[in-house]
Design a protein around this ligand. Sequence first.
Ligand SMILES: NC(=O)c1ccc[n+]([C@@H]2O[C@H](COP(=O)([O-])OP(=O)(O)OC[C@H]3O[C@@H](n4cnc5c(N)ncnc54)[C@H](O)[C@@H]3O)[C@@H](O)[C@H]2O)c1
Length: 363
Amino acid sequence: MKLGIPKESIPGETRVATTPEVAQKLVKSGFEVLLEAGAGAAAHYTDAAYEQAGVKLVERGACFDADIMLKVRRPTDDEAAAVRAGAVYIGLLESCGDDPLVGRMLEQGVTVLGMERMPRISRAQSMDALSSQSNIAGYRAVIEAAACYGRFFPMMMTSAGSAKPARLVVLGAGVAGLQAIATARRLGADVHAYDVRPETKEQIESLGAKAIELDLGESGAGEGGYARELSDEAKARQQQLLADELAKAHVIITTALIPCRPAPELITEDVVGRMREGSIIADLAAANGGNCKLTEPDQVVVRHGVTIVGHTNYPAMVPADASAFYAKNVANLLEIMVDKSDSGPVLRDLSEDEITKAMLVEA
Ligand SMILES: NC(=O)c1ccc[n+]([C@@H]2O[C@H](COP(=O)([O-])OP(=O)(O)OC[C@H]3O[C@@H](n4cnc5c(N)ncnc54)[C@H](O)[C@@H]3O)[C@@H](O)[C@H]2O)c1
């Protein structure tokens, strides 16, 4: 069974869907791995390392002649058209609801598995790319904020004077937010965090941060551990109650998302205007509209003296580890997709396992 891995073609994408280490295991399991030459270069994985792992380096077109295509990012029109009938496509689809591009792939006879559709159950944890990549995003956003900040994160006492720790607020304590809290704590910041789901209080405190608690008059907890969209009244109340906490912050890392909805707007222009000159907002929700009114996706802007960082692809800024985690997620998924046979792996009925069933895009 052939696995095809093309170079990612979305501008700025540095990740690759498999690494030499993971590919070596796949080859041992009986897969033939076809990788576009140079596909791992931006993630610091050389063609030589892949070849040593038993990977066959091919021209771009040849890797689409595979039984299973492995991608990180959403397919482009050309990539979607190039996947052959009868093949399985695995990758992040980056869409919600109706998706004409994926619809065309299904019409072509391609079986499409969306990595973001991975059910959040214990058995699927090792395959959960949303978590592995969000974790990296939370870490990298704090590093970015620290690099942009003109002061220290930790308290510093030196013979030349002392500096107070940065007051850092994390909004949204899901996977990215909890890693942001942990990273900011390691850097010595004074960390406060808020999430609309009440059960996060304990998780925030277990990482040594202070939980910000607000009485919104309704719960933000939705289905499957995710948040739900608040009523307009509760949204307004939340903005108002958060305003003083946020205006006091020197650094804000925002990660608040609601599945398939625009990101909630938590930081108004008025709050930005009240923050201290030189403060930083790293808005991880930038691709979904932003948690800050003034965020511009893929831009770093200064508004009212505050630097607002709108990067939309933090995992691509940690390409070696992000690719390694993603590759392992996909390899763990492949393991439950096939049966072993003397002639190599054989595809199972993907609608039989609850994990692959949930990931399958239906026509
Ligand atoms: N395999 C598993 O069991 C598994 C794996 C990963 C995550 N999870 C759980 O899934 C849930 C979602 O995690 P995620 O990181 O994907 O979430 P996410 O990326 O969808 O959202 C990030 C966070 O933003 C918060 N949020 C949304 N609206 C908000 C608002 N108005 N104000 C403040 N915060 C707001 C959410 O509650 C969430 O914690 C969590 O409960 C997490 O523990 C489970």
